[in-house]
Write a protein that binds this ligand. Structure first.
Ligand SMILES: Nc1ncnc2c1ncn2[C@@H]1O[C@H](COP(=O)(O)O)[C@@H](OP(=O)(O)O)[C@H]1O
Ligand SMILES: [Mg+2]
Length: 275
């Protein structure tokens, strides 16, 4: 990366301009995705057996083009590019992690829990991140470092939907409720729910696709999201940025903050937590 671009990136990060620019890019990606939703998007199967649609590819192309225009020369690690060309051998000091459509299976089913994810990693940790849920026209972002987390409705998606709330509002994790934790998981069977309830003392649980889980904890509606199965780093980085900015934590199995730039950009087990 050139020094010039490096300076602009760091400056925009610290002023909050980068966070806002990422939100606008993710919302434009959402506008690209929505016409394919509940509209019979053609589904293909990738080498790892996971589904991909035209929506994933079109959204990723938009995001990569806009990031390259705004911040040329920064390494990108994006889900569909990695599926097509393989992962980079090593992470650089600064890099983008991009999942243009997380929760593809739910998207294909016509559910609402699918998201656009863009995160900036610096020296192994997320320093900026934005998650957009196209179906509900909602965006969550970490503000400039130290500035908390924010949410807005961009609300031009559903015809006739009220545009109230289009301004950014601060969000924050809640304190652990006395009566027990509300837990999120990927898809919870009754058996799994009972096991989780016993292990974490939770009184409520919900199965939800995609990185929306991090955002629901960040805005204080749930308390924790334990994940034992593998995920890719682009599945979690933006959500982690939002949740950490909102006062939460994402810890790996060793109890340390979940770090990025690992071999093949793969995560092991982690737990995302509120206050
Ligand atoms: N074995 C595995 N390795 C890497 N990522 C995996 C995985 N199994 C599931 N995932 C990822 O987990 C994401 C879904 O998270 P959740 O299960 O919480 O909805 C999927 O993202 P995509 O939908 O972007 O493909 C999927 O790629
Ligand atoms: Mg994903």
């Amino acid at each position: 990366m050139t020094t010039h671009s490096d300076n602009k990136l760091a400056q925009d990060l610290n002023s909050g301009a980068l966070s806002l620019a990422l939100a606008e890019i993710a919302e434009d990606a959402a506008r690209v995705i929505l016409p394919f939703w509940r509209n019979g998007a053609t589904v293909e199967t990738k080498a790892d057996d996971s589904p991909v649609t035209q929506a994933d590819r079109a959204a990723e192309a938009l995001i990569l083009e806009r990031l390259a225009a705004a911040y040329p020369g920064v390494q990108t690690v994006a889900e569909e590019a990695v599926a097509a060309e393989g992962a980079p051998d090593a992470a650089e000091g600064w890099f983008w992690l991009i999942d243009p459509l997380d929760g593809t299976k739910g998207f294909i089913r016509g559910g609402e829990a699918f998201t656009v994810n863009i995160a900036l990693i610096h020296d192994g940790y997320p320093v900026a991140g934005v998650v957009t849920a196209p179906a509900t026209a909602t965006t969550w972002r970490a503000d400039a470092p130290g500035g908390g987390a924010l949410r807005r409705q961009f609300g031009d998606v559903q015809e006739g939907e009220a545009h109230a709330g289009a301004e950014w509002r601060p969000i924050r994790v809640r304190d652990r409720p006395q009566e027990g934790l509300a837990l999120l998981s990927h898809s919870v069977t009754d058996e799994e729910a009972a096991r989780l309830a016993a292990r974490h003392g939770c009184t409520r649980w919900q199965g939800t696709d995609s990185s929306l889980k991090f955002c629901l904890i960040a805005e204080g509606r749930f308390d924790a999201y334990p994940r034992s199965g593998p995920t890719s780093e682009w599945d979690t980085a933006a959500g982690q940025a939002v949740l950490e900015a909102a006062g939460g934590r994402v810890l790996a199995d060793d109890g340390q903050r979940l770090a990025y730039g690992k071999p093949r950009f793969l995560n092991g087990p982690f737990v995302a937590m509120g206050g």
